[in-house]
Structures are given as structure tokens and as C-alpha cells.
Write a new protein. Sequence first.
Length: 216
Amino acid sequence: MTTEEKIKKYFSFGIIVVLLLILFFSPRGCKDVIDGNAETITIKTDTVWAEVHDTIEKEVPVLEYKYITLKGEQYTPGDNLDTCTSRFNKVVKELSKRTIYEDVIKLDTLGLQGTLTIKDVIFKNQFEGKRKYISDLKVPTITKEITITKDAEPVRQFYFGANIYGDKDRIQLVTPGILYKDKKDHVYQANIGVNFDGSVTYGAGLYYKISLRKKK
């Protein structure tokens, strides 16, 4: 082997060593932007019961007046003054009586819990004041649990590495290079090959992503 061939051989070998050192000691996976991982947002379910206590007064309208002729001995005048006085006092007593009606309705539908109380007071054969509606309710406020998973935003990425080729006896070729992936997942490759005999080759490549999953 001539001196020129030795220099060429050692020069090529030195280039390979330098490239290998750069490969193993350089930061891995250099990128122009930081990768974003898929983000999961969870909204928890909770039920808060708001207590509502309220009293509403409402005028009860008169639908109609209708006078009915009462029949019976107790409703007709008599010749006996004491009997007439007794009947009169009985009527006055009935008219002066205050009667309170109260109806409690339990609510357990449409998400409501509690009671609705209707209260009426009858005096002198008519409503006294106004009808009262007294509510004692629990109204739920429900929040549902929703999990939203956001896919990572596409980013541009750079990779630096190398391929080594050879046979069972020796390494024949080292091809350091870079890969660039754009936001559409297209990969571009550029590399340089250095052979132990001193020859240098250049290469470039383009790759497209193949999706094996069916689109929904």
C-alpha cells in the first residue's frame, strides 16, 4: 500500500470516528419545538342541593255566586221565639268560626325534593285574606363527568443519527445524516456515506406516513 493510499485510508477512518463520537455524545432527538403530549381534561360529577324556602300569597277569584234554597225545619221560621233565637245563634256561631285548611303535597319528581303546602282560611263563609303556597324544596345542580382527550398538536422535528453497513468480517460504510419531519408527518432525509476506502456518497429521501387504522 502506497503512502497516499494509507493517508486516504486513515483520513476516511478518522472521519468515521469523529462522526460516531458526534452521534453518541450529541443530544438525542433535537427539535425546533417541544413535543406536546396528548392532554386529558376530566370534569368530575357532583350534585349540590340548594334549599329553597318561599311563601306566596294569591287571591282566590270567585267563579260565581249561586244562592240555594235550603229546605228543612231548621231553616224555616217558627212560631216559637226561643226556637228562632236558638237557630239564629247557631247560624251566627257557624259564620264566626275560622276554618283552616292545609294540604301538603310531597314532591319527588323532575329532580326536585321537598313539599308544597297549600293553606286556606275560611271565615264568614269566604276566604279570609289570600291563599298561601309554602314551598320547602331542594333543587339539585348536577355537573357531569366529562373526559376530553386532546391529541397533541403536530410539531416539526429534527433527528440526527447514522446507519452502519457491513458484513460479517468488517464495517464497510457509515452514513451519518439528518431527518426532518414536518407538521403533516412527511419525513425528509439527507445523509452522507463515508466508506473505509475513502470514497464519499450522498443521499436524500422522502417518506410519507401510512395509516393502518380505519377512519371513523
